[in-house]
Design a protein around this ligand. Structure first.
Ligand code: NAD
Length: 496
């Protein structure tokens, strides 16, 4: 098996149980963001490749659907063992193509494995319900049936984890599944599909199509694809949601984010500092649950500002494969440029640059896309920098006089992926949980990522749809409900 890139350095698709070169002639380089080195190249597949994957998935569906749930989960048990066995290789590939540190990459794979484990409970989770005698002699039963061919489109920032919000649940419930990874980081899923190949899944049950917009459009438009799951930026999420709706398709789209943390003066400031620093600067701020704006109240304005500035300035930035490195690069040179330009916008609009990560050069990696942790203080509550998703290691500090003012500020945000509070007051925590306008809430938690048995929520422009990924929502999303009402004329008395 390839530990970095496929043997030819060209990524292939996995269709009908076979590794197949793409029919496309368009290619794109996969670049290590820490070094600028070209790792391999990826095809930008179009409708022909998508059509081949959908036809194979559609052909595999009837037999896979008939396979008992208990048998459908056996390949998932194998997959869990394979992922555990190869976790270091996978994490290394994630670091090479995405830039996050090796420890962060391993952490992401733990969350992926957790979803495989939860989906192994499908024989219980997929059950419907029933009631006898809804009228005299009449019984009613609700059963769940798989949809058919389903597809997921995922972003660059978690090359290993996000596909697992969907794949294990989709196939365990009896669907056949097509993944379109991010064209910036396709090597991780290429490797994981090499593991999937060893699990004994029948051909066509899982497929992999590499590409960009053309592949996505072809998946949405294909009449045999029943449902689309998407994770990525808000404009693309909105586009995919509308296009899927036009086709009458079931769709769930997670979008971008701008996450707030409120720090009360009664918080444990050293603990809050450590946790918020990890949330804002971990994965170079490229997490959809990264804290991006800290709203300090009262004395916390001074205490938290001083301690977060010190913690952030001590973070070691560099190549995520090197020991001791705590933060890697951002994904592309364009992303670095955009983040640095937004820091400049913040400065122009009145923020004080407390810690400036622009123009970072890491020795021996001068061509890497590094931006060091940046802290903007006294950011005006209403400004471009408080409204825009930066997706880089930049934390803005905003001050509020009390909790009501802080909550009103959060309410104005267009996004609602996560909101956190740091406090030692139960009453404040309850008020925050009750009122904060976001789908994932952290109380003294910096990255409130739901475990696999809870839905990965998200509100406002951070989510389009109703059923989320993971947990019970995943079962609802990947099944159609069928209700049977039965009457049999007389009690059975015939003798055979
Ligand atoms: P992106 O929207 O650029 O790309 C995501 C996927 O969509 C990729 O597979 C890409 O090939 C495809 N795509 C891109 N442009 C398209 C288009 N015009 N038409 C059809 N498909 C298109 O996102 P990204 O830069 O890879 O990821 C970062 C974004 O994802 C951030 O905004 C982040 O907040 C968000 N994100 C959200 C969550 C969440 O749970 N809400 C999780 C992770 C990332």
């Amino acid at each position: 098996m390839s530990v970095v890139a496929p043997p030819t350095n060209k990524v292939t698709n996995f269709i009908n149980g076979q590794w197949a070169p793409a029919q496309s002639s368009e290619w794109r380089d996969i670049v290590n963001p820490a070094t600028g080195e070209i790792l391999a190249s990826v095809p930008l597949a179009g409708a022909a490749d998508v059509n081949a994957a959908v036809e194979a998935a559609a052909a595999a569906f009837p037999e896979w659907r008939r396979t008992p749930p208990e048998d459908r989960i056996q390949p998932l048990f194998k997959l869990k063992m394979l992922l555990e066995e190869h976790i270091d290789d996978i994490a290394r590939i994630i670091t090479l193509e995405n830039g996050k540190t090796f420890a962060e990459a391993k952490g992401e794979m733990r969350r992926a494995i957790e979803n495989v484990e939860v989906a192994c409970g499908i024989p219980m989770m997929m059950q419907g319900y029933n009631l006898e005698d809804v009228a005299r002699g009449i019984d009613e039963i609700m059963i769940r049936q798989p949809l058919g061919v389903v597809a997921a489109i995922v972003p660059f920032n978690f090359p290993g984890m996000i596909a697992f919000w969907y794949l294990p649940y989709a196939i365990a419930t009896g669907n056949t599944f097509i993944l379109k990874p991010s064209e910036r980081v396709p090597l991780t899923m290429h490797y994981i599909y090499e593991l999937l190949e060893k699990t004994g899944l029948p051909k066509g049950v899982v497929s992999l199509v590499n590409g960009g917009k053309a592949a996505v459009d072809a998946l949405i438009d294909h009449p045999k694809v029943r449902a689309i799951s998407f994770v990525g930026s808000t404009p693309v999420a909105r586009y995919i949601y509308s296009r899927s709706a036009e086709q009458g398709k079931r769709c769930q789209c997670q979008g971008g984010a701008k996450n707030h943390v409120v720090v009360l003066p009664d918080a444990d400031i050293p603990m809050a500092t450590q946790i918020i620093s990890d949330s804002a600067f971990g994965c170079a701020g490229q997490r959809c649950l990264a804290v991006s704006v800290a709203v300090t109240i009262g004395e916390a304005q001074r205490t938290f500002r001083d301690s977060i500035a010190e913690a952030a300035s001590n973070l070691r930035v560099g190549n995520g494969l090197e020991a001791g490195v705590q933060m890697g690069p951002v994904i592309t040179p364009q992303s670095k440029e955009r983040v640095e330009q937004l820091i400049g916008v913040g400065e122009k609009q009145g923020a004080k640059v407390l810690l400036d990560g622009r123009n970072t050069k890491v020795p021996k990696h001068e061509t890497g896309n590094f931006v060091k942790p940046t802290i903007l203080d006294d950011v005006p509550a209403s400004s471009e920098i408080t409204d825009t998703e930066i997706f880089g290691p930049v934390l803005s500090l905003v001050h509020a006089d009390n909790m009501d003012e802080a909550l009103a500020f959060l309410e104005r945000s267009a996004y609602g992926n996560q909101a956190s509070l740091f406090t030692s007051s139960g009453a404040a925590a309850r008020q925050f949980r009750y009122q904060a306008p976001a789908g994932n809430i952290g109380i003294n938690i910096g990255v409130a990522a739901p475990m696999a048995y809870f839905p990965f929520s998200g509100w406002k422009n951070s989510f389009f749809g109703d059923l989320h990924g993971q947990g019970r929502d995943a079962i609802e999303f990947y099944t159609d409900k069928k209700v049977v009402v039965e009457r049999w004329a007389k009690e059975h008395s015939r003798k055979f």
